[in-house]
Design a protein around this ligand. Structure first.
Ligand code: FES
Ligand code: FES
Length: 225
């Protein structure tokens, strides 16, 4: 897929103080950072705002993962991907490049596809985190997963969980995606096995299935789906 991508950039997010990390770093280049202590919390003043400082010791956080609150103790530098995989036994998202290049770690946060390898666990607090584990209902695959299966859209499978989540986010936003929207939606994911044609077929199938909706029972109990 192309390099174009509408993947969410957590570096552009605002934190609780209203200062994005990017602006914070830019601000510290031109302004003094003044350590403060407010109510027992460590904070610094930068770019005209107070910014909380965590660590270096572990901090207790709660993450909302697939609809359930999970408490975990992590170092502030821990990524969301490593926290999920190493501390919370949630290993669907894969760690491949670990540097925001391949998309194998893609998960959905507050409705947007995000690289878990470049998102800190502490910045995911209070946000809705969806991983590939949330999709299947028992033995019944989600339509996107079923479409990958039906279209032979995987070989080694290492990229597949990330692609599935990117495709789900794409179809949630664009139920009938154009070619350009598909390029944008999955452009941040790479498949070294070259299954791109199968993935395009899977997107088309999942789009059709999801638009049709769940099968409805007709009079007499027969399914129309
Ligand atoms: S492991 Fe996160 S983008 Fe490759
Ligand atoms: S199926 Fe092997 S990397 Fe995509």
């Amino acid at each position: 897929m192309s390099s174009s991508d509408e993947r969410h950039d957590p570096a552009a997010d605002s934190n609780e103080s209203g200062v994005s990390r990017r602006k914070f770093l830019q601000g510290t280049g031109v302004a003094l950072t003044i350590p403060l202590v407010a109510g027992g919390e460590k904070v610094v003043k930068a770019a005209g705002a107070e910014v909380k400082i965590f660590g270096p010791e572990k901090v207790n956080i709660t993450l909302n993962i697939n609809g359930s609150p999970k408490q975990v103790s992590v170092e502030p530098r821990a990524t969301l991907l490593d926290t999920l995989r190493n501390d919370l036994d949630t290993t669907g998202a894969k760690r491949v490049c670990d540097r925001a290049t391949c998309g194998a770690c893609t998960m959905i946060i507050d409705g947007k596809p995000v690289y878990g390898c470049t998102t800190l666990a502490i910045e995911a607090q209070g946000r809705k985190i969806e991983t590939v584990e949330s999709l299947a209902a028992g033995d019944k695959l989600h339509p996107v997963q079923q479409a990958f299966w039906d279209n032979d859209a995987q070989q080694c499978g290492f990229c597949t969980p990330g692609f599935v989540m990117a495709c789900k986010a794409l179809l949630d936003k664009h139920p009938s995606p154009t070619d350009e929207q598909i390029e944008m939606g999955v452009g941040g994911n790479l498949c070294r096995c070259g299954t791109y044609n199968g993935i395009k077929g899977a997107i088309a199938q999942a789009s059709a299935t999801l638009k049709k909706g769940p099968a409805k029972l007709t009079r007499g109990g027969k399914s129309n789906g």
